[in-house]
Design a protein around this ligand. Structure first.
Ligand code: RB5
Length: 148
């Protein structure tokens, strides 16, 4: 399927040490599909703190309209840190339905994955769904507007 939900085909990606290998695998998956992958780090397996990289990715995204991918051990810490930012709607995804529904209903702009939870092949599939599924709008817009 053509990757169309984010037409600029620019995606930000970041991880901590526990998500480093999956970050690299996702970059290798997306690049041949024509995505410009902006790697915010980390750049090695040396132990580091996931909020530093979640914050850096959220700041890099600004209001660009381009999506983000965050990877840590579970995806949970990254999502907690990312969702502190007003312009971010980050969703932890472990199932294909998560990846589809977080776009259709929640207009998620960041997908969070856990390298210790999700195998590489499924992670690529989840990212594919996240990047290709449009937001449905309608009643979901009102619900998103209800968030503080
Ligand atoms: C690092 O050991 C781990 O705690 C981190 O990657 C993440 O899973 C936190 O939510």
């Amino acid at each position: 399927m053509e990757l169309t939900a984010f037409p600029q085909k620019i995606v930000f990606i970041a991880s901590d040490h526990a998500g480093f290998a999956l970050k690299n695998a996702l970059t290798a998956y997306l690049t041949p599909l024509g995505w410009q992958v902006q790697d915010i780090g980390t750049h090695s397996k040396t132990s580091c703190d996931y909020p530093d990289f979640a914050n850096a990715l959220c700041l890099a995204m600004q209001d660009s309209g381009n999506p983000g991918i965050l990877v840590c051990g579970t995806g949970i810490g990254m999502s907690m840190a990312a969702n502190r930012h007003k312009h971010i709607r980050a969703a932890v995804c472990t199932h294909e339905f998560h990846a589809e529904a977080c776009r259709l209903h929640n207009n998620a702009n960041v997908i969070c994955l856990g390298e210790r939870v999700t195998a590489e092949g499924l992670a690529c599939r989840l990212v594919h769904l996240f990047l290709t599924t449009p937001f449905e709008g309608g009643r979901h817009t009102r619900r998103l507007e209800g968030m503080l």
